[in-house]
Design a protein around this ligand. Structure first.
Ligand SMILES: [Zn+2]
Length: 244
């Protein structure tokens, strides 16, 4: 029978390395999230730019249509002016002139619309020009941030690899049965398989994992280290700080 205290000590040392790895993995995860957030930022900036460009295309199309409409109305005027020479009565002449006047008024309204659209186009063009510069700078800035994060991730990966090498060596030395049990609890309990019994004064003690009360006899047994004891509630293996 291997010394229980020795096994417990080895498991505690193993857990220290596992916690270092766990923290590194969490930090890596945070960096990866930040990269995604920054990539999202670039995407949104580009999307805004593309939407403005689309808007410019739309205004151009609208303007072309209005220009075509004016041309067609100018044709109408031309036809009516040609008819003028064939007109016999003053009455008919007056009607035709009124019709021509009405079309001219329509054309004027269309021209005003075109001017408004051109002003809008000018504004969009100005925005696009300015934004293109800003966008490039912003993209460069964000890409730099992303590459810094990637660098940090690669450093974390190196550390994780180093710790894993260390861990493997330690794991080999631990009693096989207890190692397997440790691994099982660790995977089920968010990375922490060993917890201290927390003394609360007046002989009261709680499990450092689930905070359930620990019986006095159990505290004594853990102190004696005759056998390794686990919490009945959360299954984590107990130890007493400064005792091991
Ligand atoms: Zn517990």
């Amino acid at each position: 029978m291997e010394d229980m205290k020795q096994i417990l000590l080895e498991l505690i040392e193993l857990q220290k390395v596992d916690i270092v790895i766990l923290n590194l993995e969490n930090e890596k995860q945070e960096l990866e999230t930040k990269i995604i957030e920054n990539q999202e930022k670039i995407k949104n900036i580009k999307l805004e730019f593309e939407n403005k460009k689309k808007k410019l295309d739309e205004t151009r199309k609208k303007r072309n249509m209005l220009e075509m409409e004016i041309k067609s109305k100018e044709q109408d005027i031309k036809k009516k002016e040609e008819q003028t020479s064939m007109i016999k009565t003053n009455e008919a002449y007056k009607v035709l002139q009124e019709e021509i006047g009405a079309i001219k008024k329509d054309i004027q309204i269309l021209e005003e619309k075109i001017i408004a659209i051109m002003e809008e186009e000018e504004e969009i063009n100005k925005w696009l020009k300015e934004q293109e510069k800003i966008m490039k700078q912003e993209e460069e800035k964000i890409n730099k941030i992303i590459s810094d994060y990637k660098q940090e991730i690669s450093e974390k990966n190196n550390l994780i690899n180093q710790e894993n090498v260390k861990r493997e060596e330690m794991a080999k030395k631990v009693n096989k049965n207890w190692y397997e049990r440790y691994e099982r609890i660790r995977k089920n309990k968010g990375g922490i398989a060993l917890v201290p019994i927390e003394m609360q004064g007046k002989g009261n003690a709680i499990c450092g994992g689930c905070k359930m009360t620990v019986r006095a006899q159990a505290v004594i047994d853990v102190k004696k280290c005759k056998e390794i004891m686990a919490c009945e509630n959360c299954a984590r293996i107990w130890y007493i700080e400064d005792n091991v």
